[in-house]
Design a protein around this ligand. Structure first.
Ligand code: SAH
Ligand code: MG
Length: 193
């Protein structure tokens, strides 16, 4: 996996940070998670890490960038995980996924978190969890003096409104973990019926 980490670093591919992916893998193990839907495969790093936890785990992952998708396919083959990782090429906005998942991991366009959360929650198991990455955006969400461009400002505003969406959500209850680029963990409220 060091090879993939190095490749991502050299080519500016925003794979999960090491502590973040290790936390996620431990969470998957501790909660006996088997079926995972990931939005944003990049080169397959996180899906390979998750599928490598044990042989019962199956991952469906979506990537819209052709080059990254192609690399992910080849990396998944390299690790002999093509039977357990189903990678879909396309824009997750347009793709309808069948099946029910124990975990939905949202790690795609930072501005689309609310949209993906709403779109894919119907694919979530009753006791399932939605985890979203990059809620800090390298500190820009907490410290606006770090914002340098209009584009960054737009992303920060969208992340803030996603956090607001989670904090006021009647169906899901969310906790945040200060790991990697900050993640959220959302579960259905027990009283929700
Ligand atoms: N989960 C990966 C990193 C994903 S980086 C890992 O940790 O290894 C985010 C990826 O999401 C990028 O490769 C980007 O092309 C993809 N992406 C962004 N918006 C998307 C969309 N609407 N549909 C599918 N993929 C998307
Ligand atoms: Mg990320």
């Amino acid at each position: 996996m060091e090879e993939l980490e190095l490749y991502a670093k050299e080519n500016n591919i925003p794979i999960m940070q090491k502590d973040g992916i290790l936390y996620l893998c431990k969470f998957i193990k501790d909660n006996n998670i088997k079926n995972i839907l990931e939005i944003g495969s990049a080169i397959g790093y996180s899906s390979i890490m998750m599928a490598s936890i044990n042989d019962d785990i199956r991952v469906t992952t979506i990537e819209r960038d052709k080059d990254r998708y192609t690399q992910a396919v080849s990396n998944i083959k390299k690790y002999h995980l093509e039977d357990r990782i189903n990678i879909i090429y396309g824009d997750a906005c347009d793709i309808e996924v069948e099946g029910i998942y124990d975990l939905i991991f949202i790690d795609a366009a930072k501005g689309k978190n609310t949209y993906f959360f709403e779109k894919f929650k119907s694919n979530l198991n009753k006791d399932g969890v939605i985890i979203t990455d990059n809620l800090s955006f390298h500190g820009l969400v907490e410290d606006s003096s770090l914002i340098k461009t209009k584009n960054q400002k737009g992303i920060v505003n969208k992340i803030k409104s996603f956090i607001e969406f989670l904090d006021t959500n009647k169906e899901f209850i969310t906790t945040y973990v200060e790991i990697g680029d900050r993640i959220s963990i959302s579960k259905r409220r027990i009283d929700n019926e």
